[in-house]
Every structure is written in structure tokens, then in C-alpha cells.
Design a protein. Structure first.
Length: 297
């Protein structure tokens, strides 16, 4: 069955490409590939996109609104960062030059913070989507992931933000370090909670606690699910300790994949901090729709 797209939404990260055929604010079809920015030269972006969306195109040009690493210096077109404090969508998306005549492709700019130095690409679109669906919302948005973000929102603007490499650290420790011999599948809720409390109260002990995961396996044959939950808890606890100034006494929203957001929500709950959990894909599409509307002005 052929799909008629009014416009095309694109989330283009370092590792993956996801596209949606859109009718207004509703996705009517979806496709994805592993042709993220990290696997492409600049000349390869259009071809990677057309592989997924060619059947959605007609002769008349269609708007393609993209966010993420597609706007990096190594991406399809560089979309310069806007400096905070600023609205998450600081202006109209950047037009990609010399595209297939069936495409009008645009890329959403990321955000930068000069001091302390920090950047984001893609998360600004999810934040814009959340604010479009939750008007007049002030507080802190946490976006868990490979590089999780804590973002202070006030009066519709990103005031400041901080990035933590927690997800990447978990991946490296569990697949490359000595802990790979101990970390298995599954989950142990008690081990996670205990580990969060350890590093949240004493983050300076994290390096020692991490090796304790391996030692406990060798001496006590701790199950892989316990080791996995303990590793996650130690890393997230240390992140929460460092981000305390963001979440303490604030209204909190979590945007991301449901599983990861649920883990962060549990960690915050241990501190008596409730959090709104918002679906990452829904926020991305709402944000790309908001970016598209900027082209109309």
C-alpha cells in the first residue's frame, strides 16, 4: 500500500536514521536504517535518506525536517549552534542546498553553552516538543541516553544544561572492561537501589565500588543480573550527585526510551522526587512539527 506523506520527519543520529511519513502531526509510516552520521560522508546523506523515503515522494517537492547529528560539522549540512539562554528552537531550520528536486530538506540547529562548555544536537527538538505539548512548563528536563542531559527550562527557554556520559560509560564498562566477565542480563531491583544510594551519598567512592562488582563475582559468585543492576546504579547515583543542583526542589520531566526513563524515575523516587515521564519518539515528532511551523513564518 502506497503512503502519501504531507511532510517527512527525520531523527538522524550518529548510529541510526529514523524517518516518518507525516500527515499533519500524525505519523502514518516509519522506516529506519543503521546509516547514521558516523557511517556517512557528506555525499552519502541524500542517498541514505532516499533509500527509506523514495516510495513516499511525488514529483512536487516535499518538506523534510531533520534533527540530530545530521546538522554536525560532518553532517549533511552544518546547522550552527544557538547559544543559551535561548528557546530550544531558536529560529527556522537550515536549508540543505542542492538536493533532489523532490526534496526540500531542512536541519534543526543544536544548542551550545559556552561556560561550562557543552553542546546538544537532537535533544533540543525533544525539549521543544515537550514544551509544545506542555505550555508554560518550568523546571528541569532530564534526557537519559548515551550522553544524558539535565536541562533547566524557564519561560520557554533553555537556561543552562549539563551532559553526563553515563550511558557510554555503562556500555564501555559492561563490554570492554574487566567487568564484562561479571555483568550479565536481567535486573535486580534491590541491587540497583543500594548502588544508587552508595554513590549518590558518596560519589567519590565510585571507582572502588565499580571494582567491587568484579570482586563480589569472584568471591561470592554474584549473579550477572545483580552485577548489571549494581553497575547501572553506581553510575546513575554518581550522575544524580553531580546533577543535584538541577533536580533538587525542581519539577522534573524525563524524556527518552521508556525503559531508561523508568530506571531514572526509580532513582529519583529514592530521593522523594517525582518525575513526569514523556515518550522520546512522541516528543521528537512534536518538536519536528514545531520546527516545520517556523518555516511558515
Amino acid at each position: 500500500m502506497s503512503v502519501k506523506a504531507e511532510w517527512i520527519a527525520v531523527d538522524w543520529g550518529t548510529s541510526h536514521l529514523r524517518v516518518w511519513a507525516m500527515q499533519g502531526q500524525r505519523a502514518v509510516a516509519e522506516a529506519r536504517s543503521d546509516k547514521g552520521m558516523g557511517r556517512l560522508a557528506r555525499s552519502g546523506f541524500q542517498g541514505a535518506l532516499l533509500e527509506l523515503v523514495d516510495d513516499w515522494l511525488a514529483e512536487a517537492p516535499i518538506d523534510v525536517i531533520a534533527c540530530g547529528m545530521v546538522g554536525a560539522r560532518q553532517g549533511w549540512v552544518e546547522a550552527p549552534y544557538a547559544a543559551v539562554p535561548v528557546a530550544p528552537l531558536s529560529g527556522a531550520p537550515i536549508r540543505v542546498p542542492d538536493t533532489d528536486p523532490r526534496l526540500r530538506a531542512y536541519v534543526v540547529p543544536g544548542l551550545k553553552q559556552v561556560k561550562p562548555a557543552d553542546v546538544m544536537r537532537g535533544e533540543e527538538t525533544q525539549i521543544a516538543g515537550f514544551l509544545a505539548l506542555n505550555t508554560d512548563w518550568d523546571g528541569v528536563i532530564c534526557l537519559p541516553g548515551t550522553h544524558s542531559k539535565w536541562v533547566h527550562i524557564s519561560a520557554g527557554e533553555v537556561v543552562s544544561f549539563q551532559t553526563f556520559m553515563t550511558g557510554e560509560m555503562f556500555d564501555q564498562f559492561s563490554t570492554v572492561s574487566v567487568l564484562r566477565h561479571s555483568v550479565g542480563e536481567g535486573w535486580d531491583e534491590d541491587a540497583f537501589r543500594e548502588a544508587v544510594e552508595m554513590t549518590l551519598s558518596r560519589p567519590e567512592t565510585m571507582a572502588a565500588r565499580l571494582f567491587g562488582i568484579r570482586a563480589s563475582d569472584l568471591l561470592e559468585a554474584v549473579e550477572g543480573s545483580v552485577a548489571r543492576a549494581r553497575l547501572s546504579g553506581l553510575l546513575i547515583g554518581a550522575e544524580l550527585a553531580a546533577a543535584r543542583s538541577y533536580w533538587l526542589g525542581q519539577q522534573i520531566a524525563l524524556i527518552g526510551a521508556s525503559g531508561m526513563s523508568a530506571i531514572y524515575a526509580k532513582a529519583l523516587e529514592l530521593q522523594g522526587v517525582p518525575a513526569i515521564v514523556a515518550d522520546g519518539q512522541r516528543m521528537t515528532l512534536a518538536g519536528l512539527n514545531a520546527a516545520r511551523k517556523l518555516l511558515e513564518h
